[in-house]
Ligand binder design. Structure first.
Ligand code: SAM
Ligand code: SF4
Length: 368
């Protein structure tokens, strides 16, 4: 089945997609075939089952990471963003479609004023696997034990360097690595385990620290996840030469610490996971969407803070569910809209292939 051309993704003031002037509201997705609408699971036209929702709750952030947001990046107007009840309604409907994991993300989710209430409410509707990704800078202000008791299962934080100057220059903030070290201790004291730390590895910026990240994983007994730089930065400065590939990462770490691949990987996992060959604490995860794409096993659905259903991180197609939410749509209407949207999920991201275009939204406006 062919689909009409996607909704317009001309870049709006925030760098986020906006309908082209004069074209009116974005059209809904074309109906998926009726057999797909009857299926208990959410799936796409390539036979992939969708189990994992990335729910972005804000496009705001206290950092301006060089691989994500420019210093003068402009946010979406507040009125465009969904409210707590709308995020909850979408999460609830997604659970009814077989979604098992919900990751709260952003922007920086700790900038969302009702984060505690949202976690309580998502816990109360029984999300089987509820997680959050945060840069960790503001975690001190939050009741982590209450989050855990409310039903948050996992916390992932970001730390792109162990050197104070490099952290400051990557995040364009005054925060140093000790903030995340403190946040790791707080999260562990609140009962979170394992704790994952993400680092985006960029050539000439932090690639000399690969083995140090392994030391850090061992010292703090955490899962250190090293991510290939993806073309989702607002300055569109990505190029293949800035990507440090998985093989190079593994080689650099192995020169200091032997790595043993973990055999128990979830087939939908985005990361290749390793323990240390000497049995030391901590783990390494390598996330290699550029050099080893995992699109064939992708089980993800993304909903942005302004209510766009994005079938793929690299979608140029996104579907606006906000009118359905705001015009009295029933749960069934929301379910059908999500089913139809996900039917349009592209087979792969196409990075490195002729015709690849970076999507207008940055990672911060999509939800990583
Ligand atoms: N603000 C939170 C944080 O940074 O952890 C959550 C949102 S952030 C968009 C989610 C994840 O996306 C972070 O781990 C970040 O490092 C990653 N990310 C952002 N831009 C990226 C890029 N261009 N390539 C690879 N990962 C990126
Ligand atoms: Fe903010 Fe996270 Fe983007 Fe960094 S990666 S600018 S912390 S949203």
């Amino acid at each position: 089945m062919t689909h009409p051309l996607p909704i317009i993704t001309a870049s709006g003031p925030s760098g986020a997609p906006a309908p082209a002037p004069g074209l009116g509201p974005a059209p809904p997705p074309p109906p998926a075939p009726s057999h797909s609408r009857r299926d208990a699971n959410l799936h796409d036209s390539h036979g992939r089952i969708i189990r994992d929702l990335r729910l972005s709750i804000t496009d705001r952030c206290n950092y301006r990471c060089i691989y994500c947001m420019d210093p003068d990046f402009r946010y979406m107007p507040k009125r465009e963003l969904l409210d707590l009840d709308e995020y909850l309604a979408l999460a609830r409907v997604c659970l009814g479609l077989g979604i098992e994991k919900v990751r709260i993300t952003g922007g920086e989710p700790t900038m969302y004023p009702q984060l505690n209430e949202l976690i309580d409410a998502l816990g109360a509707i029984g999300v089987p696997d509820l997680a959050i990704t945060t840069n960790g800078a503001l975690l001190e202000r939050f009741p982590l034990r209450r989050w855990r008791e409310a039903g948050l299962h996992r916390i992932t934080m970001s730390l792109d360097s162990l050197r104070p100057d490099t952290v400051r220059s990557i995040t364009r903030s005054k925060t140093g690595p000790e903030t995340v070290v403190h946040a790791i201790d707080m999260a562990r004291a609140a009962g979170f385990d394992p704790i994952k730390i993400n680092a985006v590895v960029m050539r000439g910026i932090n690639d000399s620290e690969l083995a140090d990240f392994a030391d850090f994983a061992r010292e703090h007994d955490i899962d250190m996840r090293l991510i290939e730089f993806m073309p989702l930065d607002s300055s569109h400065a990505w190029d293949r030469g800035k990507v440090v590939g998985a093989d190079e990462m593994i080689e650099a770490i192995s020169a200091r610490h032997g790595l043993s691949p973990l055999g128990d990987e979830d087939p939908h996992s985005t990361s290749m996971n390793f323990t240390f060959a000497d049995g030391g604490p901590g783990r390494i995860g390598i996330i290699a969407p550029v050099t080893r794409p995992f699109c064939g096993a992708c089980s993800r659905l993304r909903i942005t803070a302004d209510g766009k259903v994005r079938p793929c991180l690299f979608s140029h197609v996104e579907w606006d569910i906000r009118p359905v939410l705001r015009n009295g749509g029933t749960d069934e209407d929301l379910r059908d809209f999500i089913r139809d949207s996900m039917w349009t999920k592209q087979a792969g991201h196409g990075i490195g292939q002729a015709g690849f275009h970076q999507p207008p939204r940055t990672m911060s406006a999509i939800g990583g």
